[in-house]
Structure formats: C-alpha cells, structure tokens
Design a protein around this ligand. Structure first.
Ligand SMILES: [Zn+2]
Ligand SMILES: [Zn+2]
Ligand SMILES: [Zn+2]
Length: 315
C-alpha cells in the first residue's frame, strides 16, 4: 500500500485515516489513489469509519457499494466486527484497483459481498465462507483477533487473516472474469494448475478426510491449495496479492529499490526481512511460507494474469 499525504499540510496520512494530524477531514479516492479534502463522504463513514469518497449517486463508496448484506448492528459486537471486515476489504480492493480491476474504467462485473456474523439476534448461526458465481460470503466473526488466532490454531494453518480471506475469495471471482475475458486463459491455466472441472465437492471431501503428509509442499503454496485446482488458484492468486502489496508498502517507505529486476523475488526478500523484524518484537512471522520452483511458476502465471495495469509486477 502506498503512503498518502494530506492535501493541505502534506503530512503523512495512512490509508485508513479519516483525518490528518492537522485536523483536516480527508477521504480516499480510489480512482485518483489519493487523499482528498473536498469530497462527498461515503454513507458508511460514521457507522464503520469508512474513509472513502462516495462513488456516483449511490452515496456509498466503491467498496461499500459491493456489500449487499452486513451483520445485524443491533447485536452486541457486530458493529466492531463489520468495521474491521470492511477495513480489510477496502485495503484489498484498493490494491486491485491499482492492478486494473474495479476502477472507473473497468466495465466488467464486480463481486457482491454477504458479510455475516455468527452472532445473530436468534442465537449462533453457522457461516461458511466461500464464493459462488460472483457472490462472496465472509464470516466477520473472524475479524475478532482472538477468534481468528483460535481458528488458525485449530486448522493448523501458518497464516489466517481477514485480508487473506478477502484476497482468496476475490481470487475465485477474478478467475471467472479472466476465463470470460481472456481467450486461452483456461487452457493455459489447466497446464499449470490442473483441470478445474474436476468434481469439486468430492475433491474437498477427500482433502479433509486425508492425513496431511506434507506431500503438497513441492507444488503448492498451502495445504488447502492442494485440495482442488480452483483452491490452488485462489491460494496462489491471493499470495500474489500479498507479495505485490508487501513490495508496494516497502517501496512507499523507501525500504527497497524502486524497480527491482524480479518483483516477486524482491517481495519474498521483504517478507523474510519482516519476519526478522517481527522476531525482534517477539512476534510471529508475518510471511510464513516456502516458495518452491513449481510454486514460483504458478505465482508468475497468476501475477501476469492479475496485472492489467501495465505496471510490472513480475520478472
Ligand atoms: Zn494535514
Ligand atoms: Zn464506504
Ligand atoms: Zn476457496
């Protein structure tokens, strides 16, 4: 993510800020990729601290207008969960606008979000995250920091975040657009990831029934990626979004070369550097992944497919 500046005093303004330290109220304009001071605020500004500018006549910003369902605000705790979930979503969508998706000039479909809490006025409700034909369901209960760590431990995953959930599910949606808009995408995809028309339900059942023998590591970025070609794509594409954003953030802070010869390799180096920094604070690794040669090829494929901006995101 870039680091922004106040249009009045030029001080640093972080992506999530609603006001500058000088007191000026600011709004983020995703098409200008800038903080502005003269703007119509998103209707959700007060409810969930959305700092984006309203998009057209809807009153909502680009990100909030993709939300069809939000959790019941009358239930204790849901406002905070929804606030955190939307903050993660805005971050991911801003990254994608920079890559050429969902911007003003992108006439293609946008995903629709159902953001659900497991806490409802009728008691606990089971919520399963997923993507189906453009509709993305996200369980905002995981926006609670203790809850997401508990689930990460239970699932024995090295990494689990709300930003990661949004990147993964949006990657499923982008697969549909890439397949519809790019001749030859599916054929090339199948060479790299396998045939995604293979029975999905059966593959997932087998995945959850089998012991994890670590055999997935040679060719997959995560255990879950080995469940089915669709999940391999979603995990790999999400990983490209992680790496692209890591590199953008490091460049914005002046920590790294402006134009590295190999963007993904530079981003992975930054990941390792952040791990080292985290260890000096007694914190867990931010980038707990091992990238093999086969995984690297998949990352290159996904990076090329996802970048429609003309900027260079890969070697
Ligand atoms: Zn200022
Ligand atoms: Zn908004
Ligand atoms: Zn998935």
């Amino acid at each position: 993510m870039r680091v922004y500046h106040c249009p009045k005093c030029r001080n640093r303004v972080w992506f999530n800020n609603c006001t500058c330290t000088c007191g000026l109220m600011v709004g983020y304009d995703p098409d200008a990729d800038a903080m502005v001071s003269e703007f119509t605020p998103c209707t959700n500004r007060d409810a969930i601290g959305c700092n984006w500018t309203a998009d057209g006549d809807s009153g909502f910003c680009r990100s909030c207008s993709m939300t069809r369902t939000h959790p019941d605000m009358a239930v204790d705790g849901n406002a905070e969960l929804w606030t955190r979930a939307e903050a993660a979503k805005r971050w991911v969508i801003a990254n994608l606008v920079a890559l050429g998706w969902f911007g003003r000039n992108d006439a293609g479909d946008r995903p629709v979000f159902k953001l659900l809490s497991e806490t409802t006025r009728d008691g606990p409700a089971r919520t399963v995250m997923g993507h189906a034909d453009g509709l993305i369901t996200i369980n905002v209960s995981e926006a609670d920091p203790a809850e997401i760590v508990a689930r990460r431990e239970r699932m024995e995953e090295p990494y689990r975040t709300m930003i990661g959930h949004f990147r993964h599910e949006i990657a499923h949606f982008l697969f549909l657009r890439l397949a519809a808009e790019n001749e030859g995408f599916e054929v090339a995809f199948r060479v790299m990831f396998g045939d995604e028309r293979e029975d999905y339900g059966g593959a997932l059942k087998r995945h959850y029934a089998a012991e994890d023998d670590g055999g997935w590591r040679d060719a997959h970025i995560s255990h879950y990626a080995s469940a089915h070609p669709h999940e391999d794509w979603a995990e790999t594409a999400a990983h490209v979004m992680h790496l692209t954003d890591l590199l953008d953030s490091a460049q914005a802070l002046g920590f790294t070369n402006e134009t590295p010869p190999d963007n993904l390799a530079a981003a992975m180096d930054i990941g390792l550097a952040v791990n080292h920094l985290n260890r000096s604070m007694g914190m867990e690794d931010a980038y707990p992944f091992v990238v093999t040669e086969v995984v690297r090829q998949k990352l290159d494929f996904a990076a090329e497919a996802l970048d429609r901006s003309g900027r260079q995101v890969q070697s």
